[in-house]
Design a protein. Structure first.
Length: 95
């Protein structure tokens, strides 16, 4: 199997998965965006990825959404590794 065949196979699997995800299940898609998608006959994540004008409709958020749905993270997850500045313990007394 060539590298190109492998890439095409991965794209096929991703697209089949995206066809099963409704727009309501996508994080960051609220009621207003769902209503807009309904007007544009967009009902699945696959429909979003296939639209060439999604970045014109939603701007950078739309571009980022398409890349995220295709498996390319657009924001880094940063762990907060700082130690707390103070510790406290409290107790309540019975009434």
């Amino acid at each position: 199997m060539s590298e190109q065949e492998y890439i095409e196979g991965v794209r096929f699997v991703i697209n089949e998965y995206l066809k099963k995800i409704s727009v309501q299940e996508i994080p960051g898609v609220g009621r207003n965006t769902q209503a807009l998608f309904k007007k544009l006959f967009i009902s699945t994540a696959y429909d979003i990825v296939q639209r060439r004008d999604i970045s014109k409709i939603l701007g950078k958020r739309g571009s980022d959404m398409v890349l995220e749905l295709q498996g390319f993270p657009q924001s880094e997850v940063q762990a907060d590794t700082r130690l707390p500045q103070s510790l406290s313990r409290s107790r309540t007394f019975p009434e």
